[in-house]
Design a protein around this ligand. Structure first.
Ligand SMILES: Cc1cc2nc3c(=O)[nH]c(=O)nc-3n(C[C@H](O)[C@H](O)[C@H](O)COP(=O)(O)OP(=O)(O)OC[C@H]3O[C@@H](n4cnc5c(N)ncnc54)[C@H](O)[C@@H]3O)c2cc1C
Length: 394
């Protein structure tokens, strides 16, 4: 799939983090710009961070025009990714439903639908009868604790095989000459004045004029090495999967009010996600409290699955920003770039973020599609508020 290399003394760029963001950035640097003297380093293994722990939901039905345009480009890249990488990433565009259980969320769904339509993204608000047609097992009756009033329906949304995406990017980047170094931890950043000159790793010094921080949940630790503080707080996020059953759930279903979302994999397992844990931590352990709460909420939506057994649960780290949008682009330290702040929503952004970061590194110009997500927006008061489009309440 990819080769092992000895570390070279110097690279044109060192990308820190071998998740979807780091690997996509490396791939597009090589594929679109012919730059392949690049090292992607990871303190663990490929996809060992959020990229191998997420619930693999892809969608573009965001709230702000900047967000919708950005995530829509990613959906488009995902649509052709299997062909581009010659690797089956199992993208299944089965439709995405965000339920509204009260008037306030119905209003937000209408708002999102209108912004989506203006940006050419397929989204509409539908009522309980149409929801029942799409998801017959859901309780849409009026006598539940939180009756379903409607939903934002987004047909292009769906799920993907997250491991395949990461492996596909790694294999394709490797074939183009990028070096991937697992078990290689960044421990420091050497600067000359306010300019990057080297990445210091546990296995040696790599001279380089460019370092890209693609470490998501660990993003602030890396930025601190460059003296660039970030307005990011890391929270664990848990998920769980059941034993496989016959296919019965066609769409991805999200309920912000019940803090839960669910989809069925091609193997028949139900994959559940929820809100972030309320405490800050770098721990990736699951908790019983999470499973208990999750089960209670899931059964309010689909009482008929009461006898399904949970097979596994796990956690990953989420780098939460104040406005639920990412932080991408240049920093006050020349040669130190950010691609972080991916919170609970960054897997779907891997392709577009990689494409845009590669263009920035290769040309020195910030592409329009990521201009709104710059670090300076927090000081300038130009937040890109996407909390209303988060999968569940956090
Ligand atoms: C349970 C869960 C469910 C989620 N569901 C979804 C979803 O459905 N859809 C969606 O779009 N997003 C989802 N997300 C968010 C998504 O997983 C992340 O935003 C995304 O994977 C981030 O990718 P990344 O490549 O930036 O970082 P990661 O995949 O986290 O990779 C970062 C890498 O950096 C490495 N690293 C850290 N420190 C160092 C160091 N000092 N030196 C070298 N390497 C280092 C780590 O080992 C890691 O491999 C979910 C997240 C979780 C936890």
């Amino acid at each position: 799939m990819w080769r092992q290399h000895d570390l070279a003394a110097a690279y044109d760029a060192v990308i820190v983090g071998a998740g979807v963001h780091g690997l996509a950035t490396a791939y597009y640097l090589a594929a679109n710009h012919g730059c392949s003297n690049i090292a992607v380093i990871d303190k663990g293994y490929i996809g060992g961070g959020g990229s191998g722990r997420n619930t693999a939901i892809i969608r573009a039905n965001y709230l702000t025009p900047e967000g919708v345009r950005f995530y829509d480009r990613s959906v488009k890249l995902y649509e052709s990714l299997a062909v581009d990488l010659n690797f089956n990433v199992m993208f299944s565009q089965r439709g995405h439903l965000t339920l509204a259980h009260n008037d306030a969320s119905l209003r937000t769904m209408r708002w999102r639908a209108e912004v989506n339509k203006l940006e050419g993204v397929d989204s509409e608000v539908i009522g309980p009868d149409e929801i029942k047609r799409l998801v017959p097992f859901m309780d849409v009756s009026a006598d539940t604790r939180y009756p379903i009033l409607g939903a934002l329906y987004h047909p292009p949304g769906g799920i993907i095989r997250h491991d395949a995406v990461v492996w596909g990017y790694a294999r394709a980047a490797d074939a183009l000459g990028v070096q991937i170094h697992q078990n290689t931890e960044l421990v420091g950043i050497e600067t000359d004045g306010d300019k990057v000159v080297a990445a210091l790793t546990g296995r040696g010094r790599l001279a380089t004029p460019m370092i890209v921080n693609c470490t998501a949940g660990w993003g602030t630790l890396i930025s601190d090495m460059a003296g660039v503080p970030l307005p990011i707080v890391t929270h664990p996020l848990q998920a769980a999967v059941t034993e496989p059953v016959k296919p019965f759930l066609g769409a991805v279903v999200v309920s912000g009010t019940l803090h839960v979302y669910v989809s069925q994999t091609d193997r028949g397992e139900l994959v559940f996600g929820a809100s972030t844990d309320q405490y800050t931590s770098y721990s990736m352990r699951g908790s019983l409290e999470f499973t208990e709460e999750l089960a209670g909420h899931v059964l309010e939506l689909m009482p008929s699955i009461a006898k399904l057994r949970v097979l596994r649960q796990w956690a990953g780290l989420c780098d939460m920003t104040p406005d639920f949008s990412p932080v991408m682009g240049v920093t006050p330290v020349e040669g130190f770039y950010l691609d972080v702040g991916w919170g609970t929503y960054g897997f779907k952004a891997g392709p577009v973020a990689g494409e845009a970061m590669a263009e920035l590194l290769a040309t020195g110009k910030t592409p329009e599609i990521i201009a709104a997500f710059d670090l300076a927006r927090f000081a300038d008061g130009r937040l890109v508020g996407e909390k209303g489009a988060a999968a569940v309440g956090h």
